[in-house]
Design a protein around this ligand. Structure first.
Ligand code: ACO
Length: 428
């Protein structure tokens, strides 16, 4: 293969260098194209655009491969845990035992949040969406921790990383406790990451709360599965906000907002709401499948399809197995789960979905699993955010440390009115 691509524009030939990744992915470097020709590339939704080079996550949507720093997601789910996988994604290597112990201690030492921060929840209505309060509190951390906001000071960045990973579950659990009018439960540093979160969510001062090890393991695994997914919408948001040298807290707060949308992390909430709607309408799955296929109807089957996975979503495969185990363990008997199973069956055998390669994605099963674990629907995307946080951090750090980074500032093709004289209001 030649080392460059040639492009002919208005009779002029320009040579564009090729960039090759370690997995032989090829990119055409167009960074000098505008300077040489005056033309830009146009790629709505960036489906064909590489915004950076990155060594964190590799995925192959055709083959259903997902690896963090070279380690297959299946192996990490089986042998690792969320904190270790977080270290791996942020620092590039699996930790040694002393490194892991240090990392774990640093995270567990920062789990409490300032008492002042709790007052935010007094101001918000109990109906506040937890993604809104999560992004606000994460952003507000930069006001409480100005001593760890300098992107150019490695020690400050390190402390900001510990603070964010440690405090995110506490912030999330406080949002939940506010929504149900229960007292907030302080973190317990003797518990593991997922167990501590479950305890803050579901324990009450009035009775003992026992953490089911199967549920704890499943939640930890769900966090690993959501940890990173290269340049997705929220990660690209974190990178682009950080490219202006905004601090880590501010960049992550923006990522939380990007994740909230129903076409991204918000899809797991939409899945459950869709199942509830199907149930309320009498459980007729075929009718909803028909609506999803009708181009005049905006309705989509949430939890189906993916921008990059066009054969299967490897995360969905792992989750499906875990979901079966957890549901059996918890003995859940929920009509929504029956509807989900029917929907999966119908969609997987329908030519519309087969032709368009629309398979159940990670959100389809995670929503079902979260519901069985007792999380309220509105809370599902928050769980995704906790899992995705180390991925955002890894990308922000990689971006800040890369000499190739420039402020993110795409171009456009202007399609508005050409110059025209101002018309006074009396003459319009
Ligand atoms: N239900 C019905 N039709 C669908 C669906 C769906 N869930 N998803 C895609 N299609 C159809 C589109 O209408 C389009 O049909 P056409 O070719 O006849 O016009 C075709 O499949 C391709 O769809 P696009 O929207 O072009 O695919 P894109 O890659 O842009 O979208 C997306 C991917 C946003 C995930 C889409 O499949 C979708 O909206 N799914 C539902 C939302 C969802 O589950 N999101 C979670 C994604 S996973 C995550 O964020 C962790």
């Amino acid at each position: 293969m030649s080392e460059s691509a040639k492009l002919t524009l208005s009779g002029k030939e320009v040579e564009l260098p090729l960039v090759k990744g370690t997995e032989n992915e090829v990119g055409i470097d167009i960074s000098k194209l505008r300077g040489q020709t005056g033309a830009i590339t146009l790629d709505n939704g960036f489906g064909n655009t590489g915004s950076c080079s990155s060594a964190i996550t590799y995925l192959d949507g055709e083959k259903g491969i997902l690896r963090y720093r070279g380690y297959p997601i299946e192996q990490l789910c089986e042998h690792s845990n969320f904190l270790e996988a977080s270290y791996l994604s942020i620092y590039g290597e699996l930790p040694t035992l002393p490194q892991y112990k240090d990392w774990e201690r640093n995270i567990t030492h920062h789990t409490m949040i300032r008492e002042d921060i709790k007052k935010y929840w007094d101001a918000w209505p109990h109906t506040a969406h937890p993604m809104a309060t999560l992004s606000s509190v994460v952003s507000a951390l930069s006001t409480f921790y100005e001593d760890s906001g300098d992107p150019w000071d490695p020690r400050e960045v390190e402390i900001a990383i510990h603070r964010l990973i440690a405090k995110m579950p506490t912030i999330a659990a406080y949002a939940y406790k506010k929504s149900v009018g229960q007292p907030k439960v302080y973190p317990q540093n003797k518990l593991g990451y997922a167990a501590n979160f479950l305890n803050m969510m579901f324990s009450m001062p009035t009775e003992d709360y026992e953490i089911d090890p199967i549920v704890e393991k499943a939640l930890d695994q769900l966090f690993i599965l959501h940890l990173d997914h290269e340049q997705n919408c929220s990660t690209s948001t974190v990178r682009i906000v950080g490219s202006s040298h905004a601090n880590l807290f501010a960049s992550v707060a923006a990522g939380v907002c990007a994740l909230w949308g129903p076409l991204h992390g918000g899809a797991n909430q939409q899945v459950l709401e869709m199942l509830e709607a199907i149930h309320a309408a009498g459980g007729n799955v075929d009718q909803f499948v028909a609506r999803a296929k009708d181009k005049k109807d905006n309705f989509r089957l949430y939890g189906f399809g993916h921008r990059v996975y066009k054969n299967f979503d490897p995360r969905a495969r792992i989750i499906k197995k875990t979901a079966d185990q957890v549901l059996e363990r918890l003995g859940v008997n929920d009509p929504l789960l029956e509807i989900a199973k029917k929907l999966e069956e119908v969609a997987l055998s329908d030519p519309y979905f087969i032709e368009r390669k629309l398979y159940p994605n990670v959100d389809f099963y995670s929503g079902i699993l979260y519901k069985a674990m007792g999380f309220p629907t509105k809370f599902f995307t928050v769980l995704f955010a906790i899992g995705r946080l180390p991925g955002w951090i890894a990308h922000w750090k990689e971006m800040i440390e890369s000499p190739a980074t420039k402020i993110g500032r795409p171009r456009q093709i202007y399609t508005g009115a050409t110059e025209r004289p101002f018309v006074p209001i009396s003459q319009r």
